[in-house]
Write a protein that binds this ligand. Sequence first.
Ligand SMILES: O=C(O)c1ccccc1N[C@@H]1O[C@H](COP(=O)(O)O)[C@@H](O)[C@H]1O
Length: 224
Amino acid sequence: MTLLKVDRIKICCIMSQQDADIAIECGATCLGLVAQMPSGPGIIDNTTISNLVRYIDNRARAIVLTSEKGANEILRHVDAVGVETVQVVSPVDPSVIKEIKRLAPALEVIPVVHVIDKSSIDYALRLGEYADAILLDTGNFNVEPIELGGTGRTHDWEVSAHIVSRSEKPIYLAGGLDPENVIAAINQVKPHHIDVCSRLRRDGALDRNLCREFIARIRSHSWN
Ligand SMILES: O=C(O)c1ccccc1N[C@@H]1O[C@H](COP(=O)(O)O)[C@@H](O)[C@H]1O
């Protein structure tokens, strides 16, 4: 019997060299750098992102979160900050992801699906035709400013589990995860990768103890 484990662990909202060092020391494989957003924690400017990408170097995969919506705008943003992986947080038509991959096949593109109801399943599967992976997160389009992620809230994991069971592409699970709930989330959803921001932070900075506990619990967990 093959036991499965979470592959990548992405610690998002990295704002400083200290955040990056803590996440890497705790075992993170991916670091999320949040560019200009309508809302959410951890937003930093493009110069800070570029500097952090160079600082992180090859110790982890640096991922920029962009709220740009067009293929050319997203690619310009990627070029400006110098990353090889982009998380597209605005809801976009799958044709945008297709166009990015046509123009930049080597770029790893991870569009976000805000899990709202069963319609999210069809959207995720359509994005998965072109994307390298899909990120399932919590969002709210009915508030001002709009929430595209970083909410600290969970969503309907039953819908997420359904997406994982049907997706041909790897799935990141995000949204309100913390050391207390992450194993229950993994057991229900069975994602390939895990992503987290708000609930590992204290006073705006990444908390070393929470981060260590979060990653240790994930790494010691397996399922079949
Ligand atoms: O973190 C943000 O500020 C953010 C803003 C807009 C879109 C996405 C954002 N972050 C992503 O949301 C997930 C989940 O965050 P949380 O753990 O629920 O706070 C985070 O890891 C980022 O991928």
